[in-house]
Write a protein that binds this ligand. Structure first.
Ligand code: GLN
Length: 487
């Protein structure tokens, strides 16, 4: 096993015992980054990474010498950061995002920025300005790794680094994590500061991250969580010792399965694996309940998400006018210059979403579209809270199956699409902690399962997830370190 396949805790141990050095970790990570053939990178920051290494000094932070990657929508001071969009070409943030700063202070070394769906809108890894990002599990490059945090997921599946940042507005960390055999985390809204994260739809936006081990996910939250005076919405709740929850004891813990989501799935292997996982959880003392969410509400999720997120995005991205950031286009008036910049700068998907957002925000449409979507969101969250009151966590497949092919097409109004591939947005509607992790393999491609809990139950989330990881035997996965799994 290569040192880069180890968990962060094991890497730290190897560093302490002198079995490796931060320099060796960095060299190996850069070597793997350069071998990437999945279009995972916006940049490889080799020079900056060596400078950061020099600057480590006596840093004894919890991530001392650990290399990592960041999604291209986290501000990195002085480094071009463009959210995979031409509209931001040349933009160099004047300050670090709080996440960037905290990781630096903890001793982590940033080695590059990863590709994404443009401005974090989308779930395919097809809309970024550098083209498609591929799923490392499919060497023929026919399959997507998902998005919008595509490059982070791809590079993590290539085991370039032990963790990478992402952002999750609908599912953009947890779904790609599922398609790439990784652990993907989105904690409670407000648990991690969003200062310096380019906004997409702030009422739904969460900082998230990818790891290959649940224990690493617990460790990282301890580093990233906490109140930030720069982000009014960040929580004052004390940070917990999340690793202390990993005791393997799930006696009496109740998992709630949602039948109307499962019924929307056609992948038998996925359902079988979920059943077997349930049996194993019961053997360890857990209780499984089967409930229904309400099909009407589930079918409304995607439309509600699109209206709210596009409306918020339209408003937030109004500042991308070609004057304040990115390339300037000559025009006789502000309108003309702005129109030229936005026409040239945004991709097709973004334009479509801005049309939806502007339409929903027009005075005459606000009540039937934007406010109605808000009312429906409230209904969904009320139902979610009723279900969470019945147990400790919702246990739901993280995606409808394995990574789809780019050209798969499919019926966008089918239950499989509307429900099975969009239910993770529940966690964003409610601002709830949610995790996805590997469940099993199907024809060499990963399948994932998700847990969603009540606000600020991250510790519990890691406890339950680590037991699932123990049952599946799927930890530390990458295309270089493949495992079959136990289910
Ligand atoms: N797939 C969703 C979308 O298309 C989620 C995006 C996200 O979470 N950033 O918007």
């Amino acid at each position: 096993m290569d040192i880069l396949d180890l968990s962060i805790r094991e890497m730290r141990q190897a560093l302490e015992e002198g079995r490796t050095t931060p320099k060796e970790l960095l060299e190996k990570a850069l070597e793997r980054a350069k071998k990437d053939d999945c279009n995972a990178f916006e940049s490889i920051l080799e020079k900056e990474a060596y400078e950061a290494l020099e600057g480590l000094g006596k840093n004894s932070g919890p991530l001392y010498g650990i290399p990592y990657l960041t999604k291209d929508n986290f501000s990195v001071k002085g480094i071009e950061t463009v959210a995979s969009s031409n509209i931001l070409k040349g933009y160099r943030p004047l300050y670090d995002a709080t996440v960037t700063r905290k990781l630096k202070e903890a001793g982590a070394i940033l080695i590059g920025q990863t590709t994404m769906d443009e401005l974090a809108m989308g779930g395919t890894g097809m809309s970024g300005h550098l083209g498609y990002t591929y799923n490392p599990y499919d060497p023929s490059h026919k399959r997507m790794v998902g998005g919008s945090s595509s490059g982070s997921a791809a590079a993590m599946a290539e085991a370039v680094v032990p963790f990478a940042t992402g952002s999750d507005t609908g599912d953009s960390v947890r779904r790609p994590a599922s398609l790439a055999g990784l652990v993907g985390v989105k904690p409670t809204w407000g648990r991690i500061s969003r200062y310096g994260l380019f906004p997409f739809a702030p009422s739904l936006d969460h900082v998230g991250y990818f790891t290959r081990y649940v224990e690493d996910a617990a460790l990282l939250l301890g580093v990233l969580a906490g109140h930030d005076p720069h982000d009014m919405t960040s929580s004052h709740r004390p940070i917990e010792d999340y690793a202390a929850y990993l005791d393997g004891n799930i006696k009496g813990k109740t998992f709630v399965r949602i039948l109307d989501i499962e019924e929307s799935l056609s992948d038998k292997r996925l359902l079988e694996a979920l059943d077997r996982l349930s049996e194993e959880l019961i053997k360890r003392g857990a209780v499984i309940k089967k409930e229904r969410f309400g099909k009407d509400l589930l079918e409304s999720l995607y439309a509600t998400y699109i209206v709210i997120s596009c409306a918020e995005a339209t408003s937030n991205d109004a500042n991308l006018d070609g004057i304040k950031f990115g390339p300037y286009y000559e025009g006789k008036t502000y309108d003309e210059a702005m129109r030229k910049a936005r026409t040239a700068g945004f991709g097709e998907l973004i334009k479509r979403r801005f049309v939806i957002g502007s339409f929903a925000l027009m005075k005459e449409n606000q009540d039937v579209l934007f406010l109605r979507a808000q009312r429906n969101r409230a209904k969904v969250v009320a139902r979610l809270n009723e279900l969470l009151a019945l147990g400790d966590a919702l246990l739901i497949p993280a995606a409808s199956g394995v990574a789809p092919e780019f050209e798969a097409g499919g019926d966008k109004l089918s239950d499989e699409y509307l429900i099975a591939d969009n239910h993770l947005v529940l966690g964003n509607f409610g601002g709830l902690p949610s995790i996805s992790l590997p469940l099993a393999f199907e024809n060499g491609l990963p399948l994932g399962v998700s847990l969603t809990l009540a606000p600020f139950k991250e510790g519990e989330m890691f406890r339950l997830a680590s037991v699932i990881e123990d049952i599946t035997g799927l930890r530390g996965l990458s295309v270089l370190n493949r495992k079959e799994g136990n289910l």
